[in-house]
Design a protein around this ligand. Structure first.
Ligand SMILES: C[S@@+](CC[C@H](N)C(=O)[O-])C[C@H]1O[C@@H](n2cnc3c(N)ncnc32)[C@H](O)[C@@H]1O
Length: 443
């Protein structure tokens, strides 16, 4: 079956980059959507696609799986809660956008965070957008199975009504007063007129979307976000997407694992990492998870670090002086105080302690100059500090030592895209695709 017409159609409809799926992924999506439409004839199916918006929607859903869950990655929502409290103190009625929202879990997580931050149901505006009417219909129903609950969710009992006794089949309905706070909207986020009459948003969540887009659509997404984000607004993106924004006039909000950024000129009040719930409350409904009990927040020196400053986390990282670097750290994990030096470097980097993380990596490299992971982490530090060429060289070294390093390939593709070298970016994407098709990716 010739896949080009389907790739073109998806590219035109939603800005999809077929390379993001790979040939196998695209073929799987088209085959599944054809079987759903009850046809095995690609020609007839193409005709159906041009006549039926529903058939097109089905294909889009197969291509960009609306994979999502409540409080996905958790950390962004702690940062959000503190930001909301700040806005509340200022007397601002926050405006939030979840785009794309898929089946609604992200949007309801935002709503719940607003309510938990002490905002009344009418005290914030929340818009949630997706291109798929089917996903939006699920969102509007607001009933979810256990697969939508994969994170600790101590606040769940306050915002859901459980229906059914059997854990496996029970559903959790979003309480009507929570559901009423979200405006679901069908729209194409990469269209030029996307939300063209809306006022700016204080908070935008646009996660796990840019990675699917072709170059043109990425540009439109960036332009739309640039237009819709308030001057001191905060943008939350996926972890493999933040690098793309950092070279486009945004700077990272240094809250570990929140993957948030703001305009380089902005200095919004982003408070210190917030206190988390004191007790390890029941995990997500129907899901038992064990997690390290939360620690209390440390006050920041200034009380309120701004964007680009570090928001202290709960476990102050040890200084590099505490670290004894064992030889060949990533291949023969050397333990220092029970922690592999590279794990420590990663943790330091996660906490925004970039100089310290780099120092640990360099010590690892002094002990073993073939340590791919140390080069990779140094590359991440370089990228986070906008030293793009240096980061590129470090990622290339890591990749030379470990050709199957998927994260390196991803970062190199993004860096070359930012440098305007689309051909080289493509080469890295193709390598990444081949790697995932042969199951050779490493985390
Ligand atoms: C992986 S989900 C991301 C959901 C959520 N943001 C998250 O991170 O959990 C991707 C969603 O993008 C939607 N989508 C794809 N192209 C779109 C477009 N051009 N405009 C609006 N939504 C789009 C898909 O329908 C799908 O629901």
């Amino acid at each position: 079956m010739r896949l080009e017409p389907f790739a073109d159609l998806l590219s035109e409809a939603i800005g999809l980059d077929p390379a993001a799926l790979g040939e196998r992924g695209l073929s799987r999506a088209v085959t599944a959507a054809m079987s759903r439409a009850g046809t095995a004839d690609p020609g007839a199916y193409l005709r159906l696609l041009s006549a039926s918006p529903q058939a097109k929607g089905d294909l889009i859903r197969e291509a960009v799986v609306p994979e999502t869950w409540f409080f996905r990655d958790r950390e962004p929502f702690w940062l959000l809660r503190e930001r909301l409290r700040t806005l509340k103190r200022r007397g601002t009625t926050p405006r939030l956008l979840s785009a794309p929202c898929a089946t609604g879990e992200e949007a309801y997580s935002l709503a719940i965070t607003c309510l938990e931050a002490g905002l009344p149901p009418g005290g914030f505006h929340l818009t949630a957008v997706d291109v798929s009417p089917e996903s939006l219909a699920v969102a509007a129903r607001g009933r979810y199975g256990r697969n939508s609950f994969r994170e600790d969710m101590p606040e769940a009992d306050r915002h859901f009504i459980r229906q059914g006794d059997d854990e496996r089949t029970a559903v959790w309905a979003v309480r009507p007063e929570v559901a009423a706070t979200v405006d679901f909207l069908q729209a194409n986020i990469v269209s030029e007129r996307f939300l063209c009459n809306e006022k700016p948003f204080d908070i935008i969540f646009s996660r796990n979307f840019l990675i699917y887009l072709n170059k043109e659509a990425r540009k439109r997404l960036m332009a739309n976000i640039g237009r819709l984000l308030a001057p001191d607004g905060i943008l939350f993106v996926g972890h493999s997407e933040i690098l793309s924004f950092l070279s486009e006039g945004y700077q990272a909000v240094r809250h570990p694992r929140a993957f948030a950024c703001c305009r380089e000129t902005a200095r919004p009040h982003v408070p210190a990492a917030p206190p988390r719930p004191e007790s390890a409350a029941p995990a997500a409904p129907g899901v038992t998870r064990t997690r390290t009990p939360p620690r209390a927040a440390r006050p920041s020196p200034s009380g309120i670090p701004a964007c680009g400053q570090r928001a202290p986390d709960h476990a102050p990282p040890r200084s590099p002086a505490d670290v004894s670097t064992a030889p060949a750290a990533s291949r023969t994990p050397g333990r220092a105080g029970g922690e592999n030096p590279l794990e420590m470097a990663r943790r330091l980097a996660d906490h925004g302690e970039l100089a310290e993380a780099a120092a640990v990596c360099r010590r690892c490299l002094e002990a073993d100059r073939h340590n791919a992971e140390a080069y990779f982490l140094l590359g991440l530090v370089g990228a986070a500090e906008h030293r793009v060429q240096e980061a590129r060289a470090l990622f290339q070294k890591a990749l030379y030592l470990e050709p199957g390093h998927a994260a390196c390939l991803t970062h190199l593709a993004l860096i070359h895209e930012q440098l305007g070298d689309a051909a080289r970016a493509d080469i890295y994407r193709q390598r990444l695709r081949r790697l995932s098709e042969t199951g050779g990716t490493r985390p």
